[in-house]
Design a binder for this molecule. Structure first.
Ligand SMILES: CC(C)(COP(=O)(O)OP(=O)(O)OC[C@H]1O[C@@H](n2cnc3c(N)ncnc32)[C@H](O)[C@@H]1OP(=O)(O)O)[C@@H](O)C(=O)NCCC(=O)NCCS
Length: 178
């Protein structure tokens, strides 16, 4: 695991975090409800594994939920990825690690915690690549967060995001983070 140079640490979610998560609020009601009720259940049922970023006292500041996924790239995007050009045939679906949820407590936002969790997801994706095929990190972003994810080199799957509740985004796991 990469060493964090700030006074926080990352743990896999476990039952001991569930009480603290009841007070979690990132300002997005759907995400908050998920953190209060579903996070640990999803993990127990193998639907999504979460990692929590904690302060010294063990308070959950931020969390990320990861699951497997796949992405179907439109033809024109396939040709923008140099490594894919080396294949005789690019598969219809390409394997990915999906960021299912990402949230930071409202009062702790803009301190770089989500950035640390995205770096951690990238580290896990690289580990996964040693064992199973996995090429992209993917997620479905709320429109308000597109510029946030673009900072971390995620690209929108569609140029027209009008009328969509969320927008699929992707990034090569090997891409350098800023
Ligand atoms: C989006 C979210 C997870 C970001 O968490 P965070 O811990 O505040 O993010 P960070 O502090 O790591 O942000 C890193 C950088 O992104 C910027 N940033 C944060 N949120 C942003 C946003 N919505 N749009 C654009 N930039 C944003 C920060 O200012 C910071 O920039 P800097 O490095 O130049 O100073 C948080 O705002 C949140 O929980 N929102 C509600 C839930 C949500 O929408 N989750 C995402 C689902 S798609």
């Amino acid at each position: 695991m990469p060493k964090l140079d700030v006074d926080v640490f990352i743990e896999k979610l476990s039952e001991k975090h569930t009480k603290d998560l009841l007070s979690f609020s990132c300002g997005h009601s759907d995400m908050d409800g998920f953190a209060h009720k579903d996070l640990f259940v999803y993990q127990k049922q193998n639907i999504g594994v979460s990692y929590v970023l904690l302060d010294k006292t063990g308070k959950v500041l931020s969390f990320i939920t990861l699951l497997t996924g796949a992405i179907k790239l439109p033809e024109h995007l396939k040709f923008e990825i140099p490594q894919l050009k080396q294949l005789n045939e690019v598969p219809n679906q390409l394997p990915a690690l999906k960021i299912g949820r990402l949230g930071t407590r409202k009062e702790e936002q803009k301190k770089g915690y989500a950035k640390l969790l995205i770096s951690y997801a990238t580290y896990l994706a690289k580990e996964l690549q040693e064992k199973v095929g996995c090429y992209f990190l993917i997620l479905d972003a709320y429109p308000d967060n597109i510029t946030f994810y673009q900072k971390y080199r995620f690209t929108c799957l569609y140029s027209d995001s009008k009328d969509r509740e969320t927008i699929p985004m992707f990034r090569e796991i090997s891409a350098q983070l800023p």
